[in-house]
Ligand binder design. Structure first.
Ligand SMILES: [Fe+2]
Ligand SMILES: [Fe+2]
Length: 322
């Protein structure tokens, strides 16, 4: 390709992004745009499937059939989100095997929030309300992301996430209005999950390595701090309705800003969890690798079945004319 042609392609790409048009798999795109999307979508897909683990921990101990059915549906949704996202990432020219291999060897990350343990039943509620709630705040703007397959996958994911958020809220409400022990259990779960949920929005804007470029490409539509603030403002009245408090003495309404002020986040904790020193990093990745190895026979059988069907399709017409 001559440089003149490359420039023309680049100009067409920039114009499409500026006009809020979608970039599709067959369109020309800068290599750095492709690499950024692969990194982000892979990390997102990995988070969906690793995120099944902390909650799956409670499926066998759900306190009623109704709660068990809800939790199973939710965990199953997360597997589905992983599948849409791996498929969407494959449109960028990577294979699912490659991405899973990078996850298993620690070369790609998943969200640090899933490296925290689920100690009580109330954690299922706190995860739904806060973790899925933070995920929605992050993901709703991704429905307008410049890359078509990612944006379209997010539309369905967000609809399902809002069900996840509601079931968590409703679970916490039941506990909060229950016995004093149940109320205490709900409060304890919120106390433990609040700060890690705020960290889900990523580092502060001035320390965020990829933010500016991603905003220019319209992969990202709002900054980390903007989304974090939005989430805090949504959660404060919800916590009041739940009858639960948020563990931040500095949390208060700021009339002038029209937002809630909140305390300083302990970023050193996030750095440690990202480095692999969170409470459950080893357990989560170990479980994922084991599940992958134990599922090898399923993948082999599916591949053999697909190959057999392909051969059958090729031979049938010949037999018919013979
Ligand atoms: Fe999800
Ligand atoms: Fe979810």
């Amino acid at each position: 390709m001559t440089s003149v042609t490359t420039e023309a392609y680049e100009a067409a790409f920039d114009a499409a992004v500026a006009a809020d048009e979608r970039i599709e798999p067959r369109d020309w795109m800068p290599e750095a745009y492709r690499a950024t999307l692969i990194r982000q979508m892979a990390q997102h897909a990995h988070s969906e499937i690793i995120g099944m683990q902390p909650e799956a921990n409670w499926i066998t101990r759900a306190p009623s059939l109704r709660r068990k059915a809800i939790l199973m549906a939710k965990v199953q949704d997360e597997a589905g989100h992983g599948l849409y996202l791996y498929s969407a990432a494959e449109t960028l020219g990577v294979s699912r095997d490659e991405l899973l291999d990078k996850l298993h060897t620690g070369r790609q990350k998943y969200s640090s929030i899933f490296n925290y343990p689920t100690l009580t039943w109330a954690d299922v509620g706190a995860i739904g309300w806060l973790v899925d709630g933070a995920a929605i705040t992050n993901q709703v703007p991704l429905c307008r992301c410049s890359y078509g397959p990612y944006a379209r996958a997010m539309v369905r994911v967000c609809k399902e996430e809002s069900f996840h958020q509601r079931q968590g809220y409703e679970l916490l409400l039941a506990l909060s209005k229950g016995t004093p022990a149940q109320h205490a259990m709900a409060q304890d779960a919120v106390d433990r999950w609040w700060w890690p949920s705020l960290m889900m929005f990523g580092p502060p804007d001035d320390a965020s390595a990829h933010s500016a470029q991603s905003m220019a490409w319209k992969i990202k539509r709002h900054s980390n701090d903007e989304l974090r603030q939005r989430f805090v403002d949504i959660c404060v009245p919800q916590a009041e309705s739940l009858g639960l408090s948020l563990p931040d003495p500095d949390l208060r309404w700021n009339e002038e800003r029209g937002h809630h002020d909140f305390g300083t986040i302990d970023w050193s904790e996030l750095t440690e969890v990202i480095k692999g020193n969170g409470p459950c990093n080893e357990q989560r990745l170990g479980q994922r690798r084991r599940a992958h190895e134990e599922g090898a026979w399923v993948r082999e059988a599916a591949a053999a079945h697909a190959a057999k069907r392909r051969t059958a399709q090729h031979t049938e017409p010949r037999e018919a004319t013979a």
